[in-house]
Ligand binder design. Structure first.
Ligand SMILES: Nc1nc2c(ncn2[C@@H]2O[C@H](COP(=O)(O)OP(=O)(O)OP(=O)(O)O)[C@@H](O)[C@H]2O)c(=O)[nH]1
Ligand SMILES: [Mg+2]
Length: 176
């Protein structure tokens, strides 16, 4: 089987749940306590993805990048050569100018032009379904060409869908 190696990065404001999303997916666990990420942590995810009639063994290297202001310079290096970036926001902190646009700017200035990004609105367990749908619709209208997920690292909602999408996208939608 062919093996592909890809780099993905998670970025987003402090405490939005980047580390929790990765731990929920890789270990199936969730903790209510908040252990801030310093610098960058690394994880690996193995997936088998169908491509035409073949199967691709996809090795995702996941960079969980610290959000703090004083890491800004280092962060620009961490983002280099990313194949895809997951911008994470928190359902209760969604003002685009503050919580989403700066991260898109980060991707656009530090990643190559063929690097894609998606937006994940995490902590969906904290709002009711109706408000969640409203918030997601506003963002989908604003960021029309961007794939947007909502998720909960706490309940596990949509966590696998995010990584399934990312795996499939990297194998079937881009050809570098
Ligand atoms: N209710 C709820 N809480 C969550 C969820 N995801 C994360 N949290 C909580 O939010 C806090 C921060 O989560 P982290 O995963 O550490 O956030 P982070 O984005 O990695 O934060 P930094 O490393 O500081 O950038 C923790 O107390 C988590 O338990 C979620 O889906 N729902
Ligand atoms: Mg973290």
């Amino acid at each position: 089987m062919e093996t592909w190696k890809k780099k993905i990065c998670l970025i987003g404001s402090d405490g939005v749940g980047k580390t929790s999303i990765i731990l929920r997916y890789t270990q199936g666990t969730f903790s209510n306590s908040y252990l801030i990420t310093l610098g960058c942590d690394f994880y690996e995810i193995q997936k088998t993805i169908a491509k035409n009639k073949k199967k691709i063994d996809l090795n995702l290297v996941v960079w969980d990048i610290a959000s703090q202001k004083n890491f800004e310079k280092i962060r620009s290096h961490y983002l280099q050569h990313a194949n895809l970036v997951i911008i994470v926001a928190d359902v209760n902190r969604l003002e685009p100018k503050e919580f989403i646009d700066p991260w898109i700017y980060d991707v656009k200035t530090n990643c190559s032009s063929n690097c894609h990004y998606i937006i994940v609105i995490n902590k969906s367990d904290l709002v009711n379904e109706e408000n969640l749908k409203k918030s997601v619709k506003i963002l989908k209208d604003k960021y029309k060409n961007t794939k947007i997920f909502y998720s909960s690292a706490k309940s596990g909602k949509n966590i696998s869908s995010i990584f399934d999408y990312v795996g499939n996208f990297l194998v079937n939608e881009i050809d570098d």
